[in-house]
Design a protein around this ligand. Structure first.
Ligand code: FDA
Length: 521
């Protein structure tokens, strides 16, 4: 059935392209001719090119933004060299075509390839081919292209050394570009912080088309790209990152407990226990009726892990029999697929499996949610087969020891983050409305128990319900953007806007939730 869905999408896409291309051919000819001066024609895909649909869909991860009626790019430039990015930006400015940069296309709200405004003319700058990875084991550093997937990076690090790693997220097809620019949270965050905390340098093309590195862009600009969210501060081509030390052998486990056994009580206990565990231990929970799965990565051997668990969380009943001792790179597969039986090469698979429709809402939790609230949330919202998961990811450890202003990501002192991850495969507005109202309903139910003033959200878990931009004198309104901006960035939002004023005062790089230039006092 997923194959049928894909064919239908192709049909919708091709049948709507003829309309949009007919109206835009004249307008965009000058932009195309500008591109053609420096970019080979095979890298420039318009709705009139056969390759356009397949390329557009190649990394669409949320089918809500591939539906008919969604504004689509007038051109996709599949850059293979930095100069192609520079040319696209300069031509875009000259001919009033805005850019949407796409690395892996995982944006929860499709902002890297779609626009909410049906009249907007934009080009997609696709960076999938800019994905070289160079590992320097002696210095424990790497240069990584934005188009590299997390899986490709994990594979390369694992192949270079069994005792090096990089702290990144769990999904191997997410790409480095969008991930690092929004922070990057994963199973090593309690030990080493976010991906963005481990960035040492970057190569960026700015709004003037200049190629900059850390020293030429300056520390404010460099601060902003380490968590300030996608698109606003130029196109990041590549990142120099610090690799971190891990033992040759790490330990993982996955323990399932059912609602009719002990799951609710365990989740309630988990909230205080997991964020206070030793930094070497990451223990997340996935709650999905009828069970809760407790999934752990420990940077050490099974014996020590079992002793820690027996002392700190005896109720879970973890024993040595639950352990699997593996390498760190294998643990990245376990965290994603709950098995160690897959070959490492699964990390290299970038193919876009027939996708799903997606709406995610997320929160940060400061004080444990009481047991009775978990009971009632489960009874009211989760108690049906096939309801989507709620994911709980612990903070604490290194996360809590980094200053909230060290990077734009301010959420350092919470117990954990929570995602209500609604995805579905059925087509049609009925399913869409039902699923979206479900996720919004759970979100409303959680309100008394989560962070407030602001209700804090991680920018990489993009949610357009928080608010979208509007213009004032042809630049993005700062006042309007504050509504969503302070939820993602708290006090760092103003500093991000000040950096934006400095590096992109004309607001060329913009989308529904891009950082606005701070108005002059
Ligand atoms: P995409 O290409 O869609 O880009 C996202 C945003 O960044 C867009 O606004 C885009 O324009 C901009 N952008 C992309 N590349 C850029 C560049 N080179 N320069 C400037 N701007 C750029 N997160 C997390 O922290 N931990 C996790 O475990 C997961 N897991 C996860 C699983 C799944 C299935 C999804 C769909 C998402 C996640 N995420 C996540 C969220 C993920 O980190 C977030 O969506 C990233 O922005 C995705 O980066 P991509 O490059 O894939 O997205």
């Amino acid at each position: 059935s997923t194959h049928i869905l894909h064919s239908l999408l192709f049909f919708f896409l091709t049948s709507t392209t003829s309309l949009s291309s007919a109206s835009s051919i004249g307008i965009d000819a000058s932009f195309l001719s500008c591109l053609s001066a420096d970019i080979p024609p095979r890298l420039v895909h318009t709705p009139a090119t056969n390759s356009y649909d397949a390329l557009l869909l190649s990394s669409v991860r949320n089918l809500r933004y591939a539906l008919p009626g969604t504004a689509r790019p007038v051109v996709i430039v599949a850059a293979t060299e930095p100069a192609h990015v520079q040319t696209t930006i300069l031509c875009g400015r000259r001919h009033s075509v805005r850019i949407r940069t796409r690395s892996g296309g995982h944006d929860y709200e499709g902002l890297s390839y779609a626009s909410l405004d049906p009249r907007q003319r934009f080009a997609v700058l696709d960076l999938a081919e800019l994905r070289a990875i160079h590992i320097d084991t002696a210095r424990a550093e790497a240069w990584v292209g934005s188009g590299a997937s997390l899986g490709e990076l994990y594979y390369a690090v694992g192949a270079a050394s069994r005792t090096l790693a990089f702290p990144d997220g769990s999904c191997p097809t997410v790409c480095v570009g969008g991930h690092l620019i929004g922070g990057g949270f994963g199973s090593l965050a309690r030990k080493y912080g976010l991906s963005a905390d481990n960035v040492l340098d970057a190569v960026v093309v700015d709004a003037q088309g200049r190629l900059l590195n850390r020293s030429t862009m300056g520390e404010d600009h460099f601060w902003a790209i380490r968590g300030g969210g996608g698109e606003s501060f130029g196109v990041v081509l590549s990142w120099k990152v610090r690799l971190v030390r891990v033992p040759e052998t790490v330990t993982v486990f996955g323990i399932r407990r059912f609602r009719n056994q002990s799951a609710v009580g365990l989740i309630t206990r988990w909230q205080d226990i997991a964020p206070a565990l030793p930094w070497d231990l990451y223990l997340r929970v996935l709650v999905q009726n009828p069970q809760a799965d407790f999934v752990a990565l420990f940077l050490g051997r099974c014996g020590r892990l079992a002793r820690i668990m027996q002392r700190r969380f005896p109720e879970l009943g973890m024993t040595r029999a639950d352990c699997q001792e593996i390498s760190w790179v294998q643990s990245t597969i376990f965290i994603e697929f709950f098995t160690t039986a897959k070959p490492l090469e699964v990390l290299l698979d970038r193919s876009n499996k027939p996708g799903y429709y997606l709406k995610v809402k997320s929160d940060h939790v400061q004080e444990a949610i009481p047991r009775h609230a978990w009971e009632s949330i489960w009874a009211k919202w989760l108690d049906e087969p096939g309801t989507p998961p709620i994911m709980l990811d612990p903070y604490g450890g290194r996360m809590g020891s980094i200053s909230p202003s060290a990077t734009p990501f301010p959420h350092r002192n919470y117990l954990y983050q929570l995602q209500v991850y609604s995805f579905w495969f059925e087509n049609g507005t009925e399913a869409l409305e039902k699923r979206i109202s479900w996720v919004r309903g759970v979100h409303e139910e959680l309100e008394p128990y989560v962070s407030r003033n602001p209700r804090a959200v991680y920018v990489n878990y993009r949610d357009l319900d928080l608010g979208t931009n509007g213009l004032e004198n042809n630049v993005t309104s700062y006042e309007k953007a504050k509504v969503w901006g302070e939820k993602y960035f708290k006090g760092n939002f103003k500093r991000l806007a000040a950096v934006k004023r400095k590096v992109d005062p004309d607001d060329f790089f913009r989308n529904e939730q891009s950082i606005p230039p701070l108005p002059a006092a």
